[in-house]
Design a protein around this ligand. Sequence first.
Ligand code: NAD
Length: 480
Amino acid sequence: MKEMLMYINNEWKEASNKEFINVKDPADQSVYGKIPRAGKEDVNQAVNAARRAFENPEWKKFKPHERGYILNKMAERIRRDKETLAQLETQDVGKPLSQSMADVEAAARYFEFYGGVADKIMGETIPVEDGILDFTVREPVGVTAHIVPWNYPIQIVSRSVAAAIAAGNTVVVKSAEDTPATAHCLAQFFEELNLIPGVFNLVTGYGKEAGAYLSGHPDINHVTFTGSVPTGIAVMKAAAENIVPVTLELGGKSPNIVFADCDQDAAMQGVVKSIIQNAGQTCSAGSRLLIERPIKDKFLEKVKDAFEKLLVGPGIEDTDIGPILSQSQFEKVMNYIEQAKTDGKMVAGGHRVEVNGNEGGFYIQPTIIDALDHSHPAAQEEIFGPVLTVFSFDQEEEAVRLANDTEYGLVTGVWSENINKAHRLADCIKSGQVFINNFGAGGGIQMPFGGFKKSGFGREKGLEALKNYTTVKNVAIKYK
Ligand code: NAD
């Protein structure tokens, strides 16, 4: 049984209550490890350690480019162990191995990207009047808290931790209770760097305990939360008690809009990949397909053919679609499917898949549902499974209306060879990212990522994320 302890103040720790939480492999639901169940006292220790590190003159003396070295070393270290990390990610999350490999490389690139940025975080000089020099300084906010979901653990820990440290903050990460393994490895890599105690801290445990204590802790200065809408609301309320700013990266119900004038093969591949990745357990999954009516039947046939060729099975065998994380997630997905069987029309899939040798795992056929009303829960809510709902439209305006007709606004794909039309859509779409003739653009480490509406606010990734982790001070000097 693999024991993954917490890392607080440069020491490996059990929880004060000595309790552990079991961790399962979604491939067959076998228990393979355990993590400490942190309580208030443990979270306190982690925040206090991060605070001491932040106030430590040695950390303040760290030059920006030296913080960059730390982050670049992390990138190197991640790449050195990439196979092991990918295997752990697959064991934890269930995703196909090649997807885990891509996630590990993305994690290394976040450290590298922010490593390069650390000594380029600059203020401005502002013209005021003769005899006054006015300038701004971008200072680190202090202790930043990072609460991470289970579906992309190594990427999500890396993207915000790297940006926070680049800006000179000290951090406390709360990993997801279902998928803690790669965050634990990152803590081991930080340990090897022998930094002053408390720069990087990792706590583990349940969201309602460790997560809630961390987000409501009076001595943190920022919370980056990635997860579901209801938890995002709880985090925001807890942080509000202390006037602590939050960045919320929440869910999505992202559409792919396919026009008759697009390259249909490219669009088909984009549509399929965007919904089957990580078995649809992706915030930015392309879970709605809007097709221009004249090509609907032909295009849907292509997607159906592609779906029927996909291999469902354990991620370690690098199948196309791995298991659903847990029984409760599986039941949630199947409820949507069963409801849609009555209210719509099944075009493909719709059933559980029994995988020989992995009977305990929860696998679902890639599923296409047509003929639902757009107000149906399966069309409006985040299903978090390999389930695509399909709609058609006649006019460009109707496509825009449908695309914007959910509470979410994370990502939109537009497929058309008409550049004017594509630009018009990009103008009218209410989502944080719009992809034209692609969906994801290779991971997009450099691109600001975040939501409109209930998909959240604030932006991760790219230079934009530095705004979360810095605060602006204005200095005005009067001279004679
Ligand atoms: P979740 O909200 O259940 O949990 C996310 C994290 O919050 C976990 O670490 C959990 O322990 C913690 N948590 C739970 N209750 C808490 C509380 N009361 N206070 C503080 N922390 C608490 O989400 P999940 O099921 O782990 O992840 C899936 C969700 O995450 C989906 O909605 C998905 O769309 C979203 N997501 C968003 C992005 C993005 O970047 N926009 C990326 C990945 C996942």
